[in-house]
Design a protein around this ligand. Sequence first.
Ligand code: VG1
Ligand code: CO
Length: 546
Amino acid sequence: MPVTTYPTAPIDGQVPGTSGLRKKTQVFSSPGYLETYVQAVLNAIGAPGKTLVLGGDGRFFNDTASAIILRMAAANGVAKVIVGQNGILSTPAASHLIRLRKADGGIILSASHNPGGPDGDFGLKYNIANGGPAPESVTDEIVSKATTITEYHMTDTAAPSLSQVGTLTLDGMTLEVVDPVEDYAVLMDELFEMPAIRALFASGFRMRFDAMHAVTGPYAKEILVNRLGAHPNTVLNGAPLKDFGAQIGGGHPDPNPVWAKPLYDLMMDEDAPDFAAASDGDGDRNMILGRDIYVTPSDSLAVLAANADLAPGYAGGINGIARSMPTSGASDRVAKKLGIEAFQTPTGWKYFGTLLDAGRATLCGEESAGTGSNHVREKDGLWAVLLWLNILAVRRESVADILTAHWAEFGRNYYSRHDYEAVDSGLAEGIVADLRARLDTLAGTTAAGSLVTSAEEFAYTDPVDGSHTTNQGLIISFEGGARAMLRLSGTGTEGATIRVYLENYAGPEEDHSLDAQVALKDVIAATEEITGIRTRTGRDHPDVIS
Ligand code: VG1
Ligand code: CO
């Protein structure tokens, strides 16, 4: 087998954040950069004889990167790679394929909701045999290899075209090209009451799913239209584009009220359909909308958990609910009622893996539009949409009625996230460091009329494997149950993004009809008084409010 060995490239700031390595496409595609990181992954996992899954969200550089990775896998002795046709797999579909085919792991090419294109972002994430993102122990090993290796290996043979499903070889390595949608669609058939959802659509129920020109287009068309009988106009922006439509209309595959504004506006219109959803670049996030109502991801997790037993996949009930620390406590109230465990983990899906594997958590969620279950080891956008559809098909109530009834029973956790983007990194780190230094002095003080009951830095000990992680965000708790959380994003590629998460609770008898920003105004004012973010960044409002 003709293999050439090349010198590695220096990888700056390579520490993987909450979701693998993300960089500007120009950095990722610069000579030797992708190759050095891939060689580090292959060395860290011990490539010879392994079976790996490979696929990505189809963004610019996906095809070139896939070809390079295949040639490197062959040169490093990987036995077999199962790859999505044309190098495409959504993140949840990749997770499922790793599990279904008992692969040793997988490489997912995506920068998720970050913009794509030559001037956008690219990313690479390694997932382990359970289908989930590599835990810190593995990513630390990859980072250590990336900074110490001096060469990478690649076969001289060109990678074959991935346009046809079938089995090929590349210099002795088996290459199986699979339909990216089929296995995933079968899994969804098993979990949900498909006849009930089909009957719902047949009864005239109208839905819009915005694929945002990203990877979920083909998945949504197959499942919603072909299998469930939804009208073909249900799927919007269903043709995947390498830049997610940035050129044609400023597309940016981040499913929230800001970036999916046309869909949001449609649902606030008189003539709105019954239900709408959107997903992100790699298909693991979801946004849920009903007529005249936006469902926050934290509320969505709580509603899904409270109603999960309406779907066949969860008919026996759920074992536990895990949420990330900045996600609102709404799902904790559901866990309490169900008499099951509730977990609060650091941000990032990798922290749910052990709880899912151990059968202690069945549903998991993050405030950043991620919801999922033990069916895979990633968050799953279409899964959340289908569970909502299953619940709507059984209850035959509107999204707004379901939410109103939920709040009447459990109370409402008003919630919002304020992001300050592209802040100077030193300034952002200074704001966090100054607050960290004052945490011990905050309890008992009042800010903007609110009494601080405690202030702490979030640290987490995994209840399954005992691993410990620190510095996972700052939490300020106020009298009455309100919380403000602060952390720096680990997925940005330009300066720093400061995320401020805000929560306030209104009990079952209280008013649930307020605008979230109004309900949170005291927490917002107190947080600014304590942190000084707006004063110090010189901004009078956040860049994104979700
Ligand atoms: C963000 C979200 C986090 C999520 C991560 C990856 O991280 O806040 O909840 O797990 O993105 O999601 P950060 O560090 O920027 O806050 V995805 O859909 O981008 O894989
Ligand atoms: Co994503």
